[in-house]
Design a protein around this ligand. Structure first.
Ligand code: SF4
Length: 434
């Protein structure tokens, strides 16, 4: 594979937002080039030199998990919608017509699943707060305005509307003073999760502006600052050779010294992301300043839908002193039908991988659906009184009383999401629906 992108200057971040700027150099067929270009008009595309040069195996890119993770594929769009857009492009239709079609296709892809834009918005002094979500009592999600992009984009991202440039679809806003005031009014909040996008795209000054007031705020209940990031996978130099890397690590050290916990919620999709020297050193550095690294990922067809892949990934993570935390199911948005694994299959893959681990690595939870009522985990398939059923439970819930109570759904071998399930034993509704 020849591609003219260098990583010699490792501290120099080279990101590429426009697919036409890089696919000209890739050794792929004309048809693939065209398909990638068309799908990327709908689903956001971004890659960088580290991902291209160090993570993707170009000698077998069709089957490469990281290629599939980053590069849009034709089948990610419903065929009739792909054809409509493709025809407009072939006919060199006016830009406005193409934009209208792109907007139409995006609107068909359930851009905001589980009532994200409306259901979880906190209110303070009668005012609805932007850029915050408060769904579960203990944890407040914070979307810092300057952290709403990533070092590269995952094709399966459930937050893909964040990156389309459509302002009305963006979750961001609220200054840190408002966040702190909200936390003071809600002593049940023990954890704040910086999320996005990827907060680790922010440079040191921005991170300081958010984190230092939180350290100083002395909120009685706030114990943990979590940072959700894929920087370890997509740009480990963020913690190594970026010009402000030492300052970032020093800031993290001060979180720990203040008596709070720093949890890096690291998104790893495949063991291939753990193989480079850079990611191993970046993990060491984070651990050296007192961070605890928890790992999580969705289970995704074409990328990691084998138990051996998960078992390998969790074992590598444990060996690097990271804590496997969650296996998710891909949310009902974007290219879900391309990526989805049935609930039954996901449950089997999880169980087979989990069984192969030593007790120390069995810290992981899942497979879990982040649905409207909460995080629903599939415990397995069982036959009860002659009826085959899914056994489920809430790991987190809008109503904390629901957590941990097993419940049952009628077996459906095609189910890929909670909406596909009906209550077992002839019940009219699930207990949480009443
Ligand atoms: S890193 Fe996370 S937020 Fe960014 S594109 Fe991937 S899944 Fe989405």
């Amino acid at each position: 594979m020849s591609i003219a992108i260098t990583t010699k200057k490792r501290s120099r971040y080279q990101g590429f937002n426009h697919i036409d700027r890089i696919i000209g150099d890739l050794n792929i067929t004309e048809e693939e080039r065209r398909e990638i270009s068309i799908v990327s008009k709908v689903l956001p595309f971004k890659v960088n030199n580290y991902v291209i040069n160090e993570l993707i195996r170009w000698d077998n890119y069709h089957n490469d998990p990281i290629f599939n993770l980053i590069f849009p594929q034709r089948d990610m769009l419903p065929p009739e919608l792909f054809d409509k857009l493709s025809n407009l492009v072939d006919q060199e239709a006016p830009a406005a017509s193409i934009d209208r079609m792109v907007a139409h296709i995006r609107s068909q892809l359930n851009p905001h699943p589980a009532g994200q834009m409306t259901d979880n918005k906190p209110v303070l002094h009668g005012q609805s707060l932007e850029g915050l979500q408060h769904k579960y009592p203990q944890t407040l999600l914070f979307f810092p305005t300057h952290g709403q992009t990533c070092h590269a984009y995952c094709t399966y991202c459930f937050r893909w509307p964040q990156f389309t440039g459509q302002q009305e679809w963006k979750i961001a806003g609220s200054g840190i003073d408002t966040v702190i005031e909200y936390i003071r009014h809600h002593p049940e909040i023990t954890d704040i999760l910086f999320t996005g996008g990827d907060p680790m795209v922010m440079h040191l000054k921005r991170l300081q502006a958010y984190i230092e007031p939180l350290i100083a705020a002395d909120g009685p209940a706030l114990r943990t600052i979590r940072i959700g990031t894929k920087a370890l996978s997509f740009w480990p130099y963020r913690f190594l050779t970026d010009p402000d890397a030492a300052g970032v690590l020093d800031l993290f050290k001060r979180i720990k010294q203040s008596g709070k916990k720093l949890a890096i919620m690291a998104h790893f999709s495949h063991p291939a992301e753990l193989k480079t020297r850079a990611v191993k050193r970046a993990i060491e550095r984070l651990l050296s300043v007192g961070a605890v690294i928890y790992t999580q990922s969705p289970i995704i067809r074409h990328i990691n839908d084998r138990s051996e892949t998960w078992s390998d990934m969790w074992q590598k993570q444990t060996a690097l002193d990271c804590i496997p935390y969650y296996m998710f199911l891909p949310r009902d948005t974007g290219a879900q039908t391309y990526f989805a694994v049935t609930l039954e299959r996901a449950s089997r893959i999880y169980r087979d991988a989990w069984r192969s681990m030593s007790g120390l690595s069995r810290t992981v939870k899942g497979p879990s659906m982040s649905a409207g009522p909460g995080k629903v985990s599939i415990m397995g398939v069982q036959t009860i009184n002659g009826e085959k059923v899914f056994v489920l439970q809430f790991l987190q819930a809008r109503n904390p009383d629901w957590v941990g109570i097993p419940f049952f759904a009628a077996y459906n071998p095609k189910a890929i999401w909670l909406d596909d399930l009906k209550p077992a034993f002839g019940e009219a509704r699930f207990f949480f629906e009443s």
